[in-house]
Design a protein around this ligand. Structure first.
Ligand code: SF4
Length: 332
C-alpha cells in the first residue's frame, strides 16, 4: 500500500506566556509516521498525550499558541508529495476539505449555532465549489444523509435541535461531501451513547470502504481501535512509542505502555480488576530526562533515565524501548 501521508520528525509546541515567563508544552515532540492509503489508521494514547495536536498539525492547522518547530507533513496528491506545512495559505485551504477533511471533537463546533444546517452546508459549498455544482452537491448531501439514516428535512433544523449522535452523523456527511481522500477524525464517538457510537463507527467504516480512502481515527478507546483500525500508532508524551498492524499490536504488544493499555481493557467473563499503568503521564511542559515512560515503567534501568529511545523496527512493528522484546511483559 502506498503512503498517503508521511510525517517526518514533526515538532509542534504550545508556547505560552505566563507570569513566570515562557512555558513550552511539547505536544508533538519528534513524530514520524507513514500512513498508507485505503486504510483506517488509529492513533491511541491517554488524554493529554498529544493526539489531538498531532491531528491539527497533520491538517496544517497551526494557530497560536501552537507553533511549528520542525519537520514536514507530506500528502501524496496526484502522484506527487505536497508539504502541507509549507504550502501558501490559499493552496492549503484548497487541500483541506477537497483532499483532506476533519471531523473535530464535539460536532457542535462544526456548525453555526444560530443558522439552520442547510445554511452551513450552502456556506461550505460556496467556499469550495462553483455555483453550477452547488445544487447538485446539495442533492448529494441529502442522499448522504438518507444513507446515514437521517431525513433530508433535518437540514431545516438548528444544531441544538439534534441529539449528539444525529449531529455527529450530519458532521460526517458534511466532512465527506467532497469525497476527500483523507479524513482526520478526532474522538468522533466521545460523549455518545453505545448505540450512537456503534452507528457512527459503522458509518465511518462504510464510507472508508466505499471511497477506498484513508481515515485517521484518534481515540483513547483501545476497544474501538481493536474493532475498526487496520494499522495503529500508540502515543505517549508527544511521541510515538509503538506502531504496526493493529492485530500484531494486540497479540504481541512490545512497549510496556502498550501492554498496560491492552491489559486495562475489560474482557467478557474475566472478573479480575483491570490494571492500568501506575502513576500518571508527565506534564508535556516538564518532561523527565531519558525515556518519558521511565517513571512508570517496571523495567526501567539506568540507560532509560538518561537516553531517549528511538522508534526502531522489530519485525513488522516499530517500538521506542531499549528492551524491544515481547519477552518483557507487564504482569500484575
Ligand atoms: Fe521502560 Fe526503559 Fe523501555 Fe522506556 S526504554 S519503556 S523505561 S524499558
Amino acid at each position: 500500500m502506498l503512503p498517503v501521508i508521511r510525517a517526518e520528525d514533526l515538532q509542534a509546541f504550545y508556547v505560552l506566556e505566563t507570569p513566570r515567563g515562557k512555558k513550552v508544552v511539547r505536544a508533538v515532540n519528534g513524530v514520524s509516521l507513514v500512513i498508507p492509503e485505503n486504510t483506517v489508521y488509529g492513533l491511541a494514547g491517554e488524554s493529554g498525550c498529544g493526539k489531538t495536536t498531532l491531528l491539527k498539525v497533520l491538517l496544517g492547522n497551526l494557530e497560536p499558541p501552537l507553533r511549528h518547530f520542525g519537520g514536514r507533513v507530506l500528502y501524496r496528491v496526484d502522484g506527487e508529495y505536497l508539504d502541507a506545512l509549507a504550502l501558501p495559505e490559499g493552496k492549503r485551504q484548497k487541500l483541506r476539505w477537497t483532499y483532506i477533511s476533519y471531523i473535530p471533537q464535539g460536532s457542535m463546533s462544526v456548525f453555526n449555532p444560530v443558522a439552520r444546517l442547510r445554511t452551513t452546508f450552502m456556506d461550505f459549498l460556496e467556499s469550495h465549489v462553483s455555483e453550477k455544482m452547488r445544487q447538485e452537491l446539495l442533492r448529494h448531501a441529502e442522499e448522504h444523509l438518507e444513507r446515514l439514516g437521517l431525513s433530508p428535512k433535518i437540514l431545516e433544523a438548528y444544531p441544538h435541535q439534534l441529539s449528539g449522535g444525529m449531529r455527529q452523523r450530519v458532521a460526517i456527511a458534511l466532512a465527506t461531501l467532497l469525497n476527500p481522500r483523507v479524513i482526520l477524525a478526532d474522538e468522533p464517538t466521545t460523549a455518545l451513547d453505545v448505540v450512537a457510537q456503534r452507528a457512527v463507527l459503522q458509518l465511518l467504516f462504510d464510507i472508508q470502504r466505499k471511497l477506498r480512502n484513508t481515515i485517521v481515527l484518534v481515540t483513547h478507546d483501545m476497544g474501538i481501535h481493536a474493532t475498526v483500525t487496520t494499522r495503529m500508532a500508540i502515543m505517549y508524551a508527544g511521541r510515538i512509542v509503538e506502531e504496526g498492524w493493529t492485530q500484531d499490536i494486540f497479540t504481541t504488544p512490545l512497549h510496556p505502555y502498550t501492554q498496560y493499555l491492552i491489559r486495562s481493557l475489560p474482557r467478557i467473563g474475566d472478573k479480575r480488576l483491570r490494571e492500568s499503568a501506575p502513576g500518571s503521564p508527565p506534564s508535556l511542559a516538564q518532561l523527565p530526562p531519558g525515556c518519558p515512560f521511565h517513571p512508570r515503567c517496571p523495567f526501567a534501568f539506568e540507560r532509560c533515565r538518561e537516553e531517549v529511545p528511538e522508534l526502531e523496527e522489530v519485525g513488522e512493528q516499530k517500538v521506542a524501548c531499549f528492551l524491544r522484546r515481547a519477552s518483557h511483559v507487564v504482569t500484575s
